[in-house]
Design a protein around this ligand. Structure first.
Ligand SMILES: [Mg+2]
Length: 238
């Protein structure tokens, strides 16, 4: 079975978060000198602090932006400007889904040979809306929306499917949340890096891409071949 990550693997996501942050920074710039203010670093700190309560996703980001704006301006931020922050969140939730080049063809080629599953992390309501408008629903008979991507979560998903980790390949842009947990369980990974990497995922590169059960590709068109090579390796090992 082949699992696919959603954000920045099937569709663009990070670009929208970046655009949201830029708009947020513009609002903060009305109150403080942005030079050396570390506005986005502060926002990231607030988001990290809130992650365990709000979870991943745009709504959590929006609440953190409101909180961070109040903190940074010592409470001077106006209700009108906070309304604009809420609008940033609304726009980020409602942007049209933009698929990664060649991903539809790649997924459908792989799905013709192997069972596939979409494993995506975050807010259930937003995830469902995104998947529905992605035009990929027909390719994924199975969709798992999880709140964390760690070994126990993948182990639970694999157990539900009755699949041994050694028979599972996870395709994703994040070594930390898509590849490493699956490899730790004995599974395989195909890393497809996204040009933009966010602060949350940039730091942890503990698992070298040189791991024998990890392949790396530059574009979606190379995915079917990478998966085929893994299938061959699994068959040879078995
Ligand atoms: Mg991703």
């Amino acid at each position: 079975m082949v699992g696919f990550d959603g954000d920045d693997t099937l569709w663009r996501s990070e670009d929208y978060y970046r655009a949201a942050e830029k708009q947020y920074e513009e609002i903060i710039g009305r109150y403080i000198d942005l030079h050396d203010a570390g506005t986005l670093r502060h926002l990231l700190e607030v988001e990290r602090r809130n992650l365990k309560v709000f979870g991943y996703g745009v709504k959590g980001m929006t609440l953190s932006m409101i909180e961070a704006a109040i903190e940074l301006t010592d409470g001077r931020v106006t209700a009108r400007d906070l309304q604009q922050v809420v609008e940033i969140g609304r726009a980020t939730l409602q942007h049209p889904v933009e698929l990664i080049d060649g991903i539809r063809e790649a997924v459908s080629e792989i799905a013709a040979e192997l069972p596939v599953v979409l494993v995506t992390k975050g807010d259930l309501f937003h995830r469902e809306a995104k998947i529905a408008s992605s035009g990929l629903v027909d390719l994924f008979p199975r969709i798992e929306i999880v709140s964390e991507k760690d070994p126990p979560t993948y182990a639970r998903v694999l157990a539900e499917f009755g699949i041994d980790a050694a028979q599972f390949v996870m395709v994703g842009n994040s070594l930390r949340s898509d590849i490493e947990p699956v490899v730790r369980l004995g599974g395989w990974g195909v890393h497809i890096p996204y040009p933009i990497t966010y602060g949350r995922t940039r730091t942890n590169m503990a698992l070298a891409e040189a791991h024998p059960r990890v392949r790396s590709v530059d574009t979606a068109t190379q995915l079917p071949q990478a998966v085929r090579e893994i299938v061959t390796a699994v068959r040879n090992a078995g």
